[in-house]
Design a protein around this ligand. Structure first.
Ligand SMILES: *Cc1c(COP(=O)(O)O)cnc(C)c1O
Length: 423
């Protein structure tokens, strides 16, 4: 559900016509809808936040937004004001989260390659916990914490070996991937961690993949993790936090082919299994909060026809939105001003000098003319955050729409920005 829709023939973000934004701010342009972001983060806090007035006996759950999906400070600030925490995977993300006002007490830190500097930084800021992904990392955290005169709060990221039924590049919870510790080695790992002087064991973490459109893999993974928690209890290790990760999918295609569950349905399936165990639940949604809350506006520069293809050449490339090139991901692309021209099968391609630079291939859409604007839907997550300056293209600008108001939340990059830091 999102607030990008046609009124008459003009596509709007909430109460603002996208054509006006494209003209005022230029293209390529990322446009976010505040109302959509709020709706999504509230859906999570209502589903997982816990409500003592309803007699939920577990402490309030924590909704930690996965920064890698979108780390613009204005968006993080908005989510912080809704009580969100953060799921981070680098020191840079910790910096951004804290700057945006997200409390350290709601920040969890995953990732297989934390450096000593990053660990020290996170310890000094008193984050909620490190989600540890290997033996050697645990030893490093223990050592670094000792040197810093601190005790590091940790959860073990377990790899439950569950197939999330999604794209292999965004799948993490199978044995063959680099993430987490195999669940059958987890008990041993906790036993070892228990003996470490500067480690405080407080939780367990799992995150099996992204763009999951079914509940079953979440449930399978949780059941395995709960079995582990019982074994830990039997060995005298009591955990406080159960971090279920993120991964809930969004609808990239119109129609019925993709129907990811709502956060409430996920909570309804998972929370009863957790109830009564005295665990605080953490969830780490990224895509399902930001994905459909953002679009990418681009202008058609040229059309080109060859013997085998028709191309629509636009001013946004794989450096601005890499998902189609990287994962073969599908993004709906619709005209900013609706027309009644006949549909043609086209490749929508960018200006980058790579054949892999496309936003869509063999897509049937109404004919587009040079100068017209197109809107790429579902670009709010893993859009700007994965963008680069490849081909020396400055970063696009980002704006946030709130009802009829528009706020520039990131200036368009400049040529000067391209050479910043070069000596
Ligand atoms: C990427 C990631 C997430 C967020 O995944 P989404 O599919 O965007 O919800 C959550 N937790 C961890 C550890 C991640 O790496």
């Amino acid at each position: 559900m999102h607030y990008f829709a046609y009124k008459g023939d003009d596509l709007y973000a909430e109460d603002v016509p996208l054509e006006k934004l494209a003209r005022d701010y230029g293209t390529p342009l990322y446009v976010y809808s505040k109302r959509t972001l709020l709706r999504h983060i509230r859906a999570y806090s209502e589903a997982f936040g816990g409500d003592p007035s309803r007699g939920d006996e577990s402490p309030m759950g924590i909704v930690s937004f996965a920064l890698k999906a979108n780390s613009n400070g204005a968006i993080l600030g908005l989510l912080a004001s809704e009580g969100a925490g953060a799921d981070i995977v680098s020191g840079g993300e910790l910096f951004r989260a804290l700057r945006a006002g997200i409390p350290a007490s709601k920040i969890v830190y995953a990732g297989v390659g934390k450096t000593a500097d990053e660990i020290v930084y996170a310890l000094k800021k008193n984050i909620l916990m490190f989600n540890v992904e290997s033996d050697e990392e645990l030893e490093k955290i223990n050592r670094v914490a000792g040197q810093a005169g601190r005790k590091a709060p940790v959860a073990l990221r377990v790899n439950p070996d569950v197939d999330p039924l999604t794209h292999p590049y965004i799948s993490t919870g199978l044995k063959k991937y680099k993430f987490g510790v195999p669940i059958e080695e987890a008990l041993e790992f906790y036993m070892k961690a228990r003996k470490m002087e500067n480690i405080e064991i407080i939780g367990v973490h799992e995150h099996i993949g992204s763009q999951l459109t079914r509940i079953a893999p979440f449930r399978d993974a949780l059941e395995k993790v709960l079995a582990l928690i019982e074994k830990l209890w039997a060995s005298g290790i009591k955990l406080k936090y159960l971090d279920l990760g993120g991964g809930l999918g969004i609808r990239y295609r119109r129609g019925e082919s993709e129907k990811p569950p709502e956060p409430a349905a996920l909570a309804k399936s998972l929370l009863p299994l957790v109830k009564g165990r005295g665990l605080t639940v953490i969830v780490e949604p990224g895509r399902s909060v930001a994905g459909n809350a953002g679009v990418l506006l681009t202008r058609c520069l040229y059309r080109k026809k060859t013997a085998v293809k028709r191309f629509v050449i636009v001013d946004a490339g794989m450096n601005d939105l890499v998902r189609p090139s990287l994962y073969g991901a599908y993004h709906e692309i619709i005209p900013v001003r609706r027309n009644r021209r006949a549909a043609l099968k086209v490749d929508v391609v960018g200006p980058i000098c790579e054949s892999g630079d496309f936003l869509a291939t063999d897509r049937r859409m109404p004919a587009v003319l040079a100068g017209e604007f197109l809107c790429v839907l579902g670009a709010g997550a893993y859009g700007f955050s994965m963008s680069s300056n490849y081909n020396s293209r400055p970063h696009p600008a980002e704006v946030m729409v709130d009802g009829g108001e528009v706020r520039l939340i990131r200036k368009r990059g400049t040529y000067r920005d391209l050479i910043r830091g070069e000596l």
